[in-house]
Design a protein around this ligand. Structure first.
Ligand SMILES: [Zn+2]
Length: 301
């Protein structure tokens, strides 16, 4: 009863014209309308204001997002390029490994373990920096492995070189071959254990390989003789000399003068009698006059 009884309040809105011709207009508005309008406008302001703020924040975030996407795309492009290059390096490395193994095979060395090939993974669709760094770890392993292989090859080569250096491989003196290796009838019958190389009296005879002088002295038939031990059971002998240029126990290099041509022993004229022996057995020196590393290596077996 109380509320209903309460008298409805009104507000009057008056519009008064500025000149006297018009009539003033007055509108009677209930108070509740005014309150409602005030509340609605307040709501309206709140909604519009907050949506403006929200959309501003959102657009800023969108810009950031777009930037991030762009940056990602650029990074992806960089990684892809990097990965392509990495794959190239991987292929080159694989090829090196193959060549290395070929070389090892040629040299009779066992091929180094070829666990994984590097360039097998060719999918560039999903390249991640993780994958790339994994690839690099593999590179590192491969390179370490190959370093060891190369070290072994180097050792092998130096071994071969030193073996070659101690293999008779050259003429002790250049000249006409006056007498060959083997059985002969003149001027002395019997087995000729070496070759005779014509040379002028006093011409220098040179060691045909690195070695150690193992004998110097007179031998029946040979006259003044020099013997050099080259290791691996191989020795060379230089006979009919007029004099010596080295002493027993001396280390000699290939090409070093060891003696001078003469006519000592059984000889009809100045020449060098040259022998090559293996474990004491005379070999045909002609096979040892002009060797390179390849032809020499065939005589090592
Ligand atoms: Zn001879």
């Amino acid at each position: 009863m109380d509320n209903k009884a309460k008298k409805q309040r009104f507000y009057t809105l008056m519009l008064v014209p500025h000149d006297a011709r018009g009539k003033p207009v007055s509108i009677k508005i209930p108070a509740s309308w005014v309150y409602a309008t005030a509340v609605l406008s307040f709501f309206f302001l709140v909604v519009v204001g907050s949506s403006i703020i929200y959309s501003t924040l959102l657009s800023r975030r969108l810009v950031n997002y777009a930037n991030t996407i762009d940056k990602n795309r650029q990074q992806q492009a960089v990684i892809t390029t990097f990965s392509t290059k990495t794959n190239k390096v991987a292929r080159a490395l694989d090829e090196l490994v193959a060549r290395d193994n070929e070389l090892r095979k040629l040299l009779g060395l066992k091929g180094w373990k070829m666990k994984t090939t590097l360039s097998s993974d060719k999918s560039t669709l999903e390249v991640t920096s993780n994958k790339v760094s994994l690839q690099f770890e593999k590179f590192d392993d491969k390179i370490t492995e190959r370093k060891r292989s190369l070290e072994e090859l180097k050792q092998w080569v130096s071994l071969v070189q030193s073996r070659f250096a101690s293999t008779p491989s050259s003429w002790p003196i250049y000249g006409r071959l006056a007498s060959l290796f083997g059985y002969r009838s003149s001027p002395w019958r019997g087995f000729h254990a070496g070759i005779d190389i014509s040379a002028r009296y006093g011409a220098p005879a040179r060691a045909t390989a690195n070695g150690v002088v193992s004998y110097i002295g007179w031998r029946s038939g040979y006259g003044k003789t020099v013997e050099i031990n080259h290791g691996h059971g191989v020795s060379t002998l230089y006979a009919h000399n007029s004099s010596y240029a080295v002493r027993v126990g001396q280390r000699v290099k290939k090409g070093q003068v060891v003696s001078y041509v003469g006519m000592t022993g059984w000889t009809t004229g100045p020449h060098l009698h040259y022998e090559v022996r293996r474990w004491g057995t005379p070999l045909n020196p002609v096979a040892y006059l002009d060797l390179n590393i390849l032809s020499a290596s065939k005589l090592w077996r």
